[in-house]
Design a protein around this ligand. Structure first.
Ligand SMILES: Cc1ncc(COP(=O)(O)O)c(C=O)c1O
Length: 479
């Protein structure tokens, strides 16, 4: 592949891209239940215009673009206010939840190096439902992430967290709420635990940060989950989720500047001059900051409340519709418009139900530990709630009439993945899939791969089926 020798007219390029997009998931039709945050066409067009106005700005030097700096500070200020920070609360915008969490974990590690120098191998304790961004942070920054079991309702088990605290622990983390099940961890109790052991506490409100405040304003009672809990030292909240900004926008907030200042990176020895950044990126796009700011201005509290009211009412209807099916239960007690469900004793087989729903055109988010189907309710899902519940009913009947379906197609593969004891093998295969996606079929990071799996017998029994799973993933990645 090489850059085309001759240029093409903009209209032709855009037409080609548009044609290619017809193969993408048509999420606005309402059959997708995650990832695509969207209010309405007017808001969407505003985000595009605001993003476009700043698309060429390189915000690596905030002082070159005071208008962007003002917008960033205002977005951070509005987020701090929403999450009950005070005049000392400080933070930055970032490119997304992962960057917010990476930065917070990095800042906490640096803080601990100064304030707890005897700790050489810092540890984080979190419920096992915590987002993988924390695993990534641990992996990148040489931290150990200890994961505590959770209760059956998927809430953090605070006593189990306490048992994992050691002399090396610097930080506790918890979710408000978790992505998979929409379950809020008991932040006040985790706060007390942090207080008793003198630990930092990060609340990951990437999903709930711009939604739970409206849930509460609408009169639904929740335990405190933000800076109202005095032991919370940092938080992450995503603008590109329920802040309804454009992709590439989140905030990381700290209770005070002593923790925040550790986030800033400075080197004075670079031939290009003194180099300093407050976030992870070098070149930093202005577009997401401008779009997030514009989005907040456009919706205002009134708009957020209206959207929250609509999404919550639809979630209630969805939840009631699902709970009316005797074979189904909702996992835990979801605190907002994010929930997951499963079949009782896996009868009928949940992944057979999922396969049927997929044949009906729904995009199904299959989850594990426990096996469940994820649903986030967005404004564009509201018109299809009743259709979905009706299709779930039909899917249940179909799966009951076809018990053999659990051993076929994707149901068999997902069932296998959920039970697969050789997680290292799954990791190796997925790494290979990524390498092949980017580097081509012939590439292998690890030529000994096949010899390294647990035993020849295990390999023979799992390998073929796992390869089918990977083939399926590959097909779907290329869709
Ligand atoms: C609870 C939670 N935390 C963190 C993240 C990471 O956010 P991002 O995908 O924007 O990096 C997500 C993403 O879904 C999330 O749900």
């Amino acid at each position: 592949m090489q850059i085309p020798e001759k240029g093409t007219l903009p209209a032709e390029i855009l037409a080609e891209m548009q044609a290619a997009q017809t193969g993408d998931t048509p999420w606005l039709e309402g059959k997708t239940w995650s990832l695509q945050y969207y209010v309405d066409d007017e808001h969407h067009e505003l985000l595009k215009a605001a993003f476009g106005q700043y698309f060429s700005n390189n915000y690596i030097n905030p002082f070159l673009f005071p208008s962007l700096l003002k917008m960033e500070k205002e977005v951070v200020g509005m987020a701090a206010n929403l999450l009950h920070g005070d005049e000392n609360t400080v933070g930055t915008m970032t490119s997304g939840g992962t960057e917010s969490i990476l930065l917070a974990m990095y800042a906490c590690r640096e803080w601990a190096r100064k304030h707890k120098p005897s700790i050489k191998k810092p540890e984080i304790v979190a419920p096992r439902t915590i987002h993988p961004a924390f695993d990534k942070a641990a992996h990148y920054f040489g931290l150990t992430l200890k994961k505590a079991p959770v209760f059956e309702n998927m809430e953090a088990d605070v006593a189990a967290m306490e048992r994992l605290i050691s002399k090396n622990t610097i930080l506790l983390a918890a979710s408000a709420p978790s992505f998979a099940n929409g379950v809020l961890d008991p932040i006040p109790d985790i706060g007390k635990l942090a207080g008793r052991h003198g630990l930092l506490l990060h609340v990951d409100a990437c999903v709930g940060g711009f939604m739970l405040p409206w849930v509460e304003k609408l009169g639904r009672k929740l335990p405190a989950w933000d800076f109202r809990v005095p032991e919370v030292t940092s938080m992450s909240a995503d603008l590109h989720k329920f802040g309804f900004g454009a992709k590439g926008a989140s905030v990381v907030l700290y209770r005070d500047v002593q923790l925040f200042e550790n986030q800033i990176f400075i080197t004075t020895e670079y031939s290009g001059g003194i180099f300093a950044t407050a976030t992870m990126l070098g070149t930093r796009p202005g577009g997401p900051i401008a779009a997030a700011w514009a989005g907040l201005q456009h919706l205002g509290q009134e708009g957020f409340l209206k959207n929250a009211r609509d999404m919550l009412a639809a979630t209630d209807r969805l939840r009631a519709g699902l709970e009316a099916q005797p074979e189904i239960f909702i996992i835990g007690n979801p605190c907002m418009n994010v929930l997951s469900f499963a079949t009782r004793h896996n009868r009928p087989d949940l992944f057979a139900v999922a396969d049927f729903l997929e044949k009906k055109g729904w995009v199904v988010d299959r989850q594990q530990l426990p096996n469940s189907i994820h649903l986030t309710v967005f404004p564009y899902n509201i018109p299809v709630i009743d259709n979905y519940v009706a299709d779930v009913r039909t899917a249940l009947d179909w799966a009951k009439a076809h018990p053999e379906a659990s051993g076929e197609g994707n149901a068999a593969l997902y069932g296998l993945l959920a039970r697969l004891p050789l997680r290292g093998m799954v990791k190796d295969n997925i790494r290979r899939l990524f390498v092949e996606t980017y580097a081509g079929k012939s590439a292998r990071t690890d030529p000994d791969f096949e010899e390294k799996t647990e035993s020849v017998e295990q390999r023979k029994s799992w390998m073929g089926r796992l390869n089918r799973l990977l083939a399926w993933w590959e097909r779907n990645l290329k869709r």
